[in-house]
Unconditional design. Structure first.
Length: 315
Protein backbone atom coordinates (compact mmCIF):
# COMPACT_ATOMS: atom_id res chain seq x y z
CA UNK A 1 0.00 0.00 0.00
CA UNK A 2 1.33 3.46 -0.91
CA UNK A 3 2.12 5.35 2.27
CA UNK A 4 0.64 8.82 2.55
CA UNK A 5 -2.35 7.96 0.34
CA UNK A 6 -5.58 7.77 2.28
CA UNK A 7 -7.65 4.78 1.11
CA UNK A 8 -11.30 5.85 1.15
CA UNK A 9 -14.51 3.94 0.30
CA UNK A 10 -14.99 3.49 -3.47
CA UNK A 11 -17.37 6.16 -4.77
CA UNK A 12 -19.69 5.49 -7.70
CA UNK A 13 -21.83 8.62 -7.42
CA UNK A 14 -22.71 11.78 -5.48
CA UNK A 15 -25.67 12.97 -3.42
CA UNK A 16 -26.14 16.71 -3.09
CA UNK A 17 -28.58 19.39 -1.97
CA UNK A 18 -28.16 21.98 -4.70
CA UNK A 19 -25.64 22.67 -7.43
CA UNK A 20 -23.13 25.21 -8.71
CA UNK A 21 -24.52 27.83 -11.12
CA UNK A 22 -22.97 30.71 -13.02
CA UNK A 23 -24.04 34.21 -11.93
CA UNK A 24 -22.48 37.42 -13.20
CA UNK A 25 -19.51 35.51 -14.54
CA UNK A 26 -18.91 33.63 -11.29
CA UNK A 27 -19.70 30.02 -10.43
CA UNK A 28 -21.50 30.01 -7.09
CA UNK A 29 -23.28 27.32 -5.05
CA UNK A 30 -27.06 27.37 -5.21
CA UNK A 31 -29.03 25.49 -2.56
CA UNK A 32 -32.11 23.40 -3.28
CA UNK A 33 -35.05 21.81 -1.47
CA UNK A 34 -34.40 18.26 -2.70
CA UNK A 35 -31.66 15.69 -3.15
CA UNK A 36 -29.96 15.11 -6.47
CA UNK A 37 -28.08 11.89 -7.25
CA UNK A 38 -25.38 12.27 -9.88
CA UNK A 39 -22.55 10.37 -11.47
CA UNK A 40 -18.95 11.53 -11.14
CA UNK A 41 -18.96 12.93 -14.68
CA UNK A 42 -19.58 16.55 -15.63
CA UNK A 43 -21.01 18.00 -18.83
CA UNK A 44 -20.85 21.73 -19.44
CA UNK A 45 -20.08 22.46 -15.82
CA UNK A 46 -22.92 20.36 -14.38
CA UNK A 47 -22.86 16.86 -12.91
CA UNK A 48 -24.59 14.25 -15.06
CA UNK A 49 -27.59 12.72 -13.33
CA UNK A 50 -27.32 9.11 -12.21
CA UNK A 51 -30.07 6.77 -13.51
CA UNK A 52 -31.07 6.14 -9.88
CA UNK A 53 -32.09 9.79 -9.54
CA UNK A 54 -34.94 9.46 -12.02
CA UNK A 55 -35.78 5.91 -10.92
CA UNK A 56 -36.28 7.03 -7.32
CA UNK A 57 -38.43 9.98 -8.38
CA UNK A 58 -40.67 7.73 -10.45
CA UNK A 59 -41.11 5.12 -7.73
CA UNK A 60 -41.44 7.42 -4.69
CA UNK A 61 -45.23 7.31 -4.79
CA UNK A 62 -45.07 3.51 -4.64
CA UNK A 63 -42.90 3.21 -1.55
CA UNK A 64 -39.51 3.97 -3.11
CA UNK A 65 -37.11 1.83 -5.09
CA UNK A 66 -36.53 -1.69 -3.84
CA UNK A 67 -33.04 -2.89 -3.08
CA UNK A 68 -31.56 -4.55 -6.14
CA UNK A 69 -33.92 -2.78 -8.52
CA UNK A 70 -32.01 -0.85 -11.17
CA UNK A 71 -33.29 0.92 -14.29
CA UNK A 72 -32.23 -0.71 -17.52
CA UNK A 73 -29.32 0.84 -19.38
CA UNK A 74 -31.64 1.95 -22.16
CA UNK A 75 -34.08 3.59 -19.74
CA UNK A 76 -31.28 5.26 -17.82
CA UNK A 77 -29.63 6.62 -20.96
CA UNK A 78 -32.93 7.88 -22.34
CA UNK A 79 -33.78 9.69 -19.13
CA UNK A 80 -30.32 11.16 -18.85
CA UNK A 81 -30.44 12.29 -22.48
CA UNK A 82 -33.80 13.95 -21.92
CA UNK A 83 -32.68 15.76 -18.78
CA UNK A 84 -29.28 16.84 -20.10
CA UNK A 85 -30.84 18.11 -23.34
CA UNK A 86 -32.98 20.54 -21.35
CA UNK A 87 -29.94 21.60 -19.40
CA UNK A 88 -28.05 22.20 -22.65
CA UNK A 89 -30.94 24.31 -23.97
CA UNK A 90 -30.80 26.43 -20.81
CA UNK A 91 -34.38 25.72 -19.71
CA UNK A 92 -34.86 26.99 -16.12
CA UNK A 93 -35.65 24.32 -13.55
CA UNK A 94 -39.00 25.87 -12.61
CA UNK A 95 -40.06 25.74 -16.27
CA UNK A 96 -39.10 22.07 -16.47
CA UNK A 97 -41.19 21.25 -13.43
CA UNK A 98 -44.15 23.21 -14.78
CA UNK A 99 -44.03 21.25 -18.03
CA UNK A 100 -43.42 17.93 -16.27
CA UNK A 101 -45.78 17.75 -13.27
CA UNK A 102 -45.07 14.02 -12.83
CA UNK A 103 -41.48 14.75 -11.78
CA UNK A 104 -41.40 14.56 -7.99
CA UNK A 105 -39.08 16.18 -5.53
CA UNK A 106 -36.51 13.69 -4.29
CA UNK A 107 -36.58 14.16 -0.52
CA UNK A 108 -35.84 10.66 0.73
CA UNK A 109 -33.41 7.97 -0.43
CA UNK A 110 -33.36 4.36 0.89
CA UNK A 111 -29.78 3.63 1.96
CA UNK A 112 -27.51 1.44 4.02
CA UNK A 113 -24.12 2.37 5.42
CA UNK A 114 -20.98 0.35 4.77
CA UNK A 115 -19.56 0.01 8.26
CA UNK A 116 -20.69 -0.78 11.79
CA UNK A 117 -18.43 1.96 13.18
CA UNK A 118 -20.33 5.29 12.85
CA UNK A 119 -17.10 7.29 12.51
CA UNK A 120 -16.11 5.33 9.43
CA UNK A 121 -19.35 6.17 7.64
CA UNK A 122 -19.28 9.89 8.50
CA UNK A 123 -15.99 11.73 8.74
CA UNK A 124 -16.28 15.33 9.91
CA UNK A 125 -13.48 17.82 10.52
CA UNK A 126 -12.79 21.52 10.58
CA UNK A 127 -11.18 22.16 7.20
CA UNK A 128 -9.46 25.03 5.48
CA UNK A 129 -8.50 24.91 1.81
CA UNK A 130 -6.06 27.03 -0.16
CA UNK A 131 -8.32 28.75 -2.71
CA UNK A 132 -5.45 29.07 -5.21
CA UNK A 133 -4.29 25.47 -5.27
CA UNK A 134 -7.52 23.92 -3.90
CA UNK A 135 -5.40 21.82 -1.54
CA UNK A 136 -6.31 21.32 2.14
CA UNK A 137 -3.90 23.27 4.35
CA UNK A 138 -5.41 22.68 7.78
CA UNK A 139 -7.66 19.88 9.05
CA UNK A 140 -8.60 19.64 12.72
CA UNK A 141 -11.10 18.18 15.16
CA UNK A 142 -11.35 21.01 17.69
CA UNK A 143 -8.47 19.63 19.74
CA UNK A 144 -5.59 18.97 17.35
CA UNK A 145 -5.03 19.67 13.66
CA UNK A 146 -2.73 18.77 10.79
CA UNK A 147 -1.45 21.98 9.17
CA UNK A 148 0.74 22.54 6.14
CA UNK A 149 3.53 24.97 7.00
CA UNK A 150 6.85 26.06 5.48
CA UNK A 151 8.44 23.27 7.51
CA UNK A 152 6.05 20.66 6.17
CA UNK A 153 3.05 18.96 7.77
CA UNK A 154 2.81 19.74 11.48
CA UNK A 155 0.43 18.76 14.25
CA UNK A 156 -0.81 21.76 16.20
CA UNK A 157 -3.57 22.70 18.61
CA UNK A 158 -7.00 23.27 17.06
CA UNK A 159 -9.19 25.84 18.86
CA UNK A 160 -12.01 25.53 16.31
CA UNK A 161 -13.01 27.92 13.51
CA UNK A 162 -14.71 30.51 15.72
CA UNK A 163 -11.54 31.59 17.53
CA UNK A 164 -8.75 30.42 15.21
CA UNK A 165 -6.77 33.35 13.79
CA UNK A 166 -5.21 31.14 11.15
CA UNK A 167 -8.62 30.16 9.76
CA UNK A 168 -9.87 33.74 9.50
CA UNK A 169 -13.46 32.68 8.66
CA UNK A 170 -12.18 30.40 5.86
CA UNK A 171 -12.27 27.30 8.06
CA UNK A 172 -15.57 25.48 8.49
CA UNK A 173 -16.92 22.05 9.41
CA UNK A 174 -16.78 19.65 6.50
CA UNK A 175 -18.38 16.20 6.53
CA UNK A 176 -18.51 13.25 4.12
CA UNK A 177 -21.11 10.51 4.45
CA UNK A 178 -20.80 7.32 2.38
CA UNK A 179 -23.93 5.26 1.79
CA UNK A 180 -24.98 2.46 -0.55
CA UNK A 181 -28.19 2.61 -2.61
CA UNK A 182 -29.62 -0.72 -3.73
CA UNK A 183 -27.45 -3.82 -3.77
CA UNK A 184 -25.93 -3.82 -7.25
CA UNK A 185 -22.57 -2.80 -5.71
CA UNK A 186 -22.51 -3.60 -2.01
CA UNK A 187 -19.03 -2.17 -1.46
CA UNK A 188 -19.51 0.86 -3.70
CA UNK A 189 -20.99 4.04 -2.28
CA UNK A 190 -22.53 7.41 -3.00
CA UNK A 191 -20.92 10.27 -1.11
CA UNK A 192 -22.85 13.14 0.46
CA UNK A 193 -20.62 16.12 1.26
CA UNK A 194 -21.69 19.01 3.46
CA UNK A 195 -20.34 21.97 5.40
CA UNK A 196 -23.61 22.47 7.28
CA UNK A 197 -23.71 22.16 11.07
CA UNK A 198 -27.29 20.86 10.94
CA UNK A 199 -26.49 17.94 8.63
CA UNK A 200 -23.23 17.00 10.35
CA UNK A 201 -24.64 17.14 13.87
CA UNK A 202 -27.85 15.27 12.97
CA UNK A 203 -26.14 12.56 10.92
CA UNK A 204 -23.48 11.99 13.59
CA UNK A 205 -26.13 11.60 16.30
CA UNK A 206 -28.30 9.26 14.23
CA UNK A 207 -25.39 6.98 13.32
CA UNK A 208 -24.32 6.73 16.95
CA UNK A 209 -27.88 6.02 18.09
CA UNK A 210 -28.63 3.40 15.43
CA UNK A 211 -25.35 1.64 16.17
CA UNK A 212 -26.25 1.54 19.86
CA UNK A 213 -29.84 0.31 19.57
CA UNK A 214 -29.00 -2.31 16.91
CA UNK A 215 -26.34 -3.94 19.06
CA UNK A 216 -23.57 -2.80 16.72
CA UNK A 217 -25.25 -3.99 13.50
CA UNK A 218 -25.31 -0.52 11.96
CA UNK A 219 -24.27 -1.71 8.48
CA UNK A 220 -27.36 -3.93 8.28
CA UNK A 221 -29.92 -1.34 9.35
CA UNK A 222 -32.47 -0.41 6.63
CA UNK A 223 -32.16 3.37 6.69
CA UNK A 224 -33.37 6.36 4.73
CA UNK A 225 -31.55 9.61 3.98
CA UNK A 226 -34.23 12.24 4.53
CA UNK A 227 -34.36 15.96 3.77
CA UNK A 228 -35.60 18.19 6.57
CA UNK A 229 -36.25 21.91 6.73
CA UNK A 230 -36.11 24.51 9.46
CA UNK A 231 -36.11 28.28 9.86
CA UNK A 232 -33.77 30.27 12.09
CA UNK A 233 -33.01 33.86 12.92
CA UNK A 234 -29.71 33.53 11.07
CA UNK A 235 -31.56 32.41 7.93
CA UNK A 236 -33.92 35.43 8.27
CA UNK A 237 -36.78 32.98 8.91
CA UNK A 238 -36.53 31.49 5.44
CA UNK A 239 -36.40 27.71 5.14
CA UNK A 240 -33.02 25.97 5.15
CA UNK A 241 -32.56 22.30 4.44
CA UNK A 242 -30.36 19.60 5.92
CA UNK A 243 -29.93 15.82 5.77
CA UNK A 244 -31.15 13.35 8.38
CA UNK A 245 -31.01 9.56 8.72
CA UNK A 246 -34.14 7.69 9.77
CA UNK A 247 -35.47 4.15 9.69
CA UNK A 248 -36.78 3.32 6.24
CA UNK A 249 -40.39 4.33 5.55
CA UNK A 250 -43.01 1.76 6.51
CA UNK A 251 -40.74 0.03 9.03
CA UNK A 252 -40.76 0.53 12.79
CA UNK A 253 -37.52 0.79 14.73
CA UNK A 254 -38.07 -2.64 16.28
CA UNK A 255 -38.65 -4.18 12.85
CA UNK A 256 -35.53 -2.47 11.51
CA UNK A 257 -33.44 -3.88 14.36
CA UNK A 258 -34.88 -7.35 13.77
CA UNK A 259 -34.07 -7.12 10.07
CA UNK A 260 -30.55 -5.93 10.88
CA UNK A 261 -29.89 -8.87 13.20
CA UNK A 262 -31.26 -11.32 10.63
CA UNK A 263 -29.15 -9.82 7.85
CA UNK A 264 -26.03 -9.83 10.05
CA UNK A 265 -26.56 -13.53 10.80
CA UNK A 266 -27.04 -14.31 7.09
CA UNK A 267 -23.88 -12.41 6.19
CA UNK A 268 -21.91 -14.22 8.87
CA UNK A 269 -23.17 -17.60 7.67
CA UNK A 270 -22.12 -16.68 4.12
CA UNK A 271 -18.63 -15.78 5.34
CA UNK A 272 -19.01 -12.00 5.17
CA UNK A 273 -16.63 -10.57 7.81
CA UNK A 274 -17.97 -7.14 8.78
CA UNK A 275 -15.40 -6.67 11.55
CA UNK A 276 -12.56 -7.24 9.09
CA UNK A 277 -14.14 -4.78 6.66
CA UNK A 278 -14.31 -2.11 9.37
CA UNK A 279 -10.71 -2.79 10.40
CA UNK A 280 -9.52 -2.55 6.79
CA UNK A 281 -11.35 0.74 6.27
CA UNK A 282 -9.86 2.11 9.49
CA UNK A 283 -6.35 1.26 8.28
CA UNK A 284 -7.10 2.90 4.94
CA UNK A 285 -8.17 6.17 6.54
CA UNK A 286 -5.07 6.13 8.74
CA UNK A 287 -2.77 5.68 5.75
CA UNK A 288 -2.89 9.34 4.66
CA UNK A 289 -3.05 12.85 6.04
CA UNK A 290 -5.95 14.30 4.02
CA UNK A 291 -8.99 12.50 2.66
CA UNK A 292 -9.87 14.46 -0.46
CA UNK A 293 -7.88 13.62 -3.58
CA UNK A 294 -6.22 16.49 -5.50
CA UNK A 295 -8.51 15.99 -8.51
CA UNK A 296 -11.58 16.40 -6.28
CA UNK A 297 -10.37 19.36 -4.24
CA UNK A 298 -11.07 22.03 -6.87
CA UNK A 299 -14.73 20.97 -7.14
CA UNK A 300 -15.05 20.84 -3.35
CA UNK A 301 -13.66 24.37 -2.94
CA UNK A 302 -15.96 25.70 -5.66
CA UNK A 303 -19.07 24.11 -4.14
CA UNK A 304 -18.44 24.41 -0.41
CA UNK A 305 -15.85 27.17 -0.01
CA UNK A 306 -16.99 30.00 -2.32
CA UNK A 307 -15.31 33.41 -2.22
CA UNK A 308 -18.34 35.09 -0.70
CA UNK A 309 -19.18 34.44 2.97
CA UNK A 310 -22.35 32.49 3.75
CA UNK A 311 -24.82 33.99 6.20
CA UNK A 312 -26.71 30.81 6.96
CA UNK A 313 -26.06 27.11 6.68
CA UNK A 314 -28.65 25.33 4.52
CA UNK A 315 -27.46 21.80 5.13
Amino acid sequence: MIKGLMITPPVIGRISIGKVVEKNGKRLPEKDDEFTITTQVQQRGQWVLHPLDEALRQTQAHGGIKEGAQPSDAEGEARLAKRTFKDKMGVPSDTVEAQSPARRKLRSIPVRVLFNDPDLNLRADYCMFDRTTARPICVGNGETCKRVTDQGLEEQACPGPDVCRFGMSQCKPYGRLNVSIGDSDELGSFVFRTTGFNSIRTLAARLQYFAAVSGGHLACMPLELKLRGKSTTQSHRSAIYYADLVVRSGISLNEAISQARTMAAERLAAGFDQSALDATARLGFANGSFEDAPDEAAEIVEEFYPDIPRTASSE
